[in-house]
Design a protein around this ligand. Structure first.
Ligand SMILES: Nc1nc2c(ncn2[C@@H]2O[C@H](COP(=O)(O)OP(=O)(O)OP(=O)(O)O)[C@@H](O)[C@H]2O)c(=O)[nH]1
Ligand SMILES: [Mg+2]
Length: 204
């Protein structure tokens, strides 16, 4: 069993990407363990079709705890599993809400301990910033890339490619992160997740 920690800025699509990945790996009933920041743990179960409605939202900081999805992976006769750890989104600067700050601390601890990291980036947001001649990448993502490169497994998901300007964002990311693996994805349409699945499958 190995852990893949999913990190990124708030609202990049981390939870949606976890659910897409679970679907691509054949999960129908989602079992997930929520590790609250007060140390409590809860185990929950939900059909994958309903999970998106309950777990994702357009508001940033909708995930406020580590949520581990245990995904069974059949490899020949041996049944293994891979744990996908969805984390609370990170943000630059001072965050007023203490609950969100605690959740961000929990994400950073998981990130430091992880051997395998999926970094979700909103490629449409980068494309829009480029169009507006604004800085496309912020210090936070730079730091995540630096940490990610130290890991045994590091994959960047250039997400939201179904949205306008995302193509430009993906091209910019590929140019900028030359030696990192960048996969263009849409957690909305499922594009790119067969490729993500092949990498994650190898980790089981
Ligand atoms: N168009 C489009 N929307 C997406 C995609 N991925 C996620 N979204 C939307 O973006 C919003 C944020 O998605 P989440 O999966 O909750 O993002 P998150 O990174 O987990 O957010 P936090 O937990 O708040 O940090 C939701 O409204 C999703 O429906 C995508 O590939 N394309
Ligand atoms: Mg989330």
């Amino acid at each position: 069993m190995s852990d893949v920690v999913v990190v990124g800025r708030a609202n990049a699509g981390k939870t949606s990407a976890c659910l897409r990945l679970a679907r691509a790996l054949g999960v129908e009933d989602l079992v997930w363990v929520v590790e609250r920041t007060d140390g409590g743990r809860e185990r929950r179960r939900l059909p994958i079709r309903e999970a998106e409605r309950w777990l994702t939202s357009g508001e940033p900081h909708s995930t406020t705890s580590l949520q581990t999805l245990a995904i069974p992976v059949a490899r020949g006769k041996v049944s293994r599993s891979v744990d996908i750890v969805d984390s609370a989104g990170l943000a630059d600067g001072h965050v007023r809400d203490e609950r969100v700050r605690r959740a961000m601390g929990q994400t950073l601890r998981a990130l430091v301990a992880a051997k395998a990291v999926l970094h979700v980036v909103d490629a449409a947001d980068i494309g829009r910033s480029l169009e507006a001649r604004e800085a496309p990448f912020h210090a936070l993502d730079e730091q995540l890339v630096t940490i990610g490169r130290t890991k045994a497994f590091y994959l960047v998901l250039a997400n939201k490619i179904d949205l306008p300007f995302a193509e430009r964002g993906v091209a910019w990311l590929r140019e900028r992160l030359q030696d990192a693996r960048v996969i263009a994805t849409s957690a909305k349409t499922g594009a790119g997740f067969d490729e993500v699945k092949r990498y994650v499958w190898k980790l089981a």
